[in-house]
Design a protein. Structure first.
Length: 302
């Protein structure tokens, strides 16, 4: 209620709460979407946009799977409501075009993501479309993180060119690792339905490819931390990079444990949330670092 009333004349605190709500909601729906797949409820509603050819809501014959899938669909409307509230709050609080544009893009991304989710159902949970569905959700997590940091007014640290390039290389590698994770998922169990297709790749081989991507990511992050420390950068950037390393190591441990314990549902669900946390923390590092002013001028001229 307080947040709704605050939309009339929003303060920074009100807008920040809406930004947090956006970030949390986009993370939660990754978890609930994962639970749909992990409980084999991906086709609990066998068509889209309706649940069945005759009804928008599930009937008894669809059982628990229908309720789980339909419940996840309903959460999309919660996200849309939060996105609209966020846009209104940002629009009334800030005159910055960049901030307003970012809030609108995030809002538009949610129904678009819903359409991709519908396509996954219409293609009987094609693993490549399912992977796209997750990656797009993670893009929304990254955008929500960016929005939150801008609303909070967090100022980026000036870092040397080398350090900035390492940060960007680390972030790019992070996304590669995340995508490789979806490839592994598409080759293994937990397809979302007993009759859903798999991508035909060797899950053991691609698990190793994914693991090597993680090794590269961790190595790049460690080098980034060392370069930031030696360059005399303020502690903020170093802490941001260190937090990313901690998130990577935690996610890596979960990944290894789930691999050697035959992918228990609870650990896979935690791993999904960990991917969202990893993307958010990585985005934070990118946003909170920038090339030093003097070095930018030397590169591009005064």
């Amino acid at each position: 209620m307080g947040m709704t009333l605050g939309l009339r004349t929003p303060t920074r605190d009100v807008v920040e709460r809406w930004a947090w709500a956006s970030l949390v909601a986009n993370t939660v729906i990754i978890l609930t979407g994962g639970l749909v797949r992990l409980t084999a409820s991906g086709l609990g509603c066998p068509t889209w946009p309706r649940c069945t050819d005759e009804s928008f809501v599930p009937h008894r014959a669809l059982g628990l799977h229908g309720l789980i899938e339909f419940g996840n669909r309903l959460l999309t409307y919660v996200l849309i409501a939060i996105a609209i509230g966020t846009v209104v709050a940002v629009w009334r609080w800030s005159e910055g075009r960049g901030l307003r544009r970012l809030a609108v893009v995030l809002a538009v991304g949610i129904p678009f993501q819903g359409v991709i989710g519908g396509i996954t159902v219409l293609t009987d949970l094609n693993p490549w479309i399912v992977a796209l569905h997750l990656v797009l959700s993670l893009f929304l997590v990254a955008g929500s993180t960016w929005l939150l940091l801008r609303v909070r007014g967090d100022v980026a640290d000036d870092v040397p060119v080398l350090a900035r390039r390492l940060v960007l290389a680390t972030y790019a590698t992070l996304w590669v690792v995340v995508y490789l994770g979806t490839v592994v998922t598409g080759s293994g169990p937990h397809a979302g339905d007993v009759n859903a297709p798999r991508n035909g790749l060797d899950p053991r081989l691609w698990s190793h490819v994914h693991a090597w991507g993680v090794y590269v990511l961790v190595a790049l992050t460690i080098v980034t931390i060392l370069v930031l420390r030696r360059s005399g950068t303020s502690p903020l950037a170093v802490r941001a990079a260190t937090l990313l390393l901690v998130a990577e190591l935690a996610q890596g441990v979960i990944g290894f444990v789930q691999y050697f314990t035959d992918l228990p549902i609870a650990l896979v669900a935690v791993h999904l949330v960990g991917a969202a946390v990893l993307v958010s923390v990585g985005t934070r590092l990118v946003v909170l670092t920038r090339t030093r002013v003097r070095e930018r001028q030397l590169q591009h001229g005064p």
